[in-house]
Design a protein around this ligand. Sequence first.
Ligand code: FMN
Length: 220
Amino acid sequence: MNMMKDILCVALISVSLFAAEVIQLPAPQLNEGTTLAEAIQNRKTDRDFSNRELPPQILSNLLWAANGINRPETGKRTVPAAIAKYAIRLYVLTAKGTYLHDYQKNTLTLVNEKDLRAYAEFRGTMGPAAGAVILMVADMDTFQQGTPAGRPAIPKDKSTLWIGYESGSIGQDIYLYCASAGLNAVCCASFNEEALTTALDLHGSVRPIMDVIVGYPPEK
Ligand SMILES: Cc1cc2nc3c(=O)[nH]c(=O)nc-3n(C[C@H](O)[C@H](O)[C@H](O)COP(=O)(O)O)c2cc1C
């Protein structure tokens, strides 16, 4: 009887997890995985996935590695960002909906209940085959919206490079986390920008930059 109760409880928790408007992720686990050297050794693009859902703990670890706060006293993050402006925000695309990650609260806020994973790459097949897609979105005018006093204005082409550098750092952290946790990953620049822009209701200079498709390796 007690076992039945436990099973029911676990089932309810997993159903409600992705039905909620705001999901509180567990604190990231910082003591798991391989060494850094092993993760670098094993980092690779692997386009074969099982579509098993990524559990909240794995999402939390992954999002912390990608863009979390690693120095609470300054609020600075796991990746470098030009003038510490942090131009990039992360969306999590799953079978059950699309979420915006809040790096401060470590929550996922439901943006819509659409499965947008097919837009993550031009063939449209890899995203739906995987557990989740981490989509990086940036305001391309971040550096035009004010710079520290005494600093010359930043030209647009420089801003683009800087945002590219930040997205590359996020992508590499995701790749390294995946290598360390036994997940497969592929970063994609060839995605359906128009469909994602419309579905996420992005406007003006706010654009999707890059995504990383993440999932468990195929079951043998
Ligand atoms: C900027 C950038 C864009 C990429 N875009 C795609 C893509 O759209 N689709 C894809 O399958 N792989 C994409 N990749 C992954 C590369 O194909 C992959 O990194 C490359 O083949 C080297 O393999 P490795 O990552 O295993 O070292 C991209 C990589 C980078 C750095």
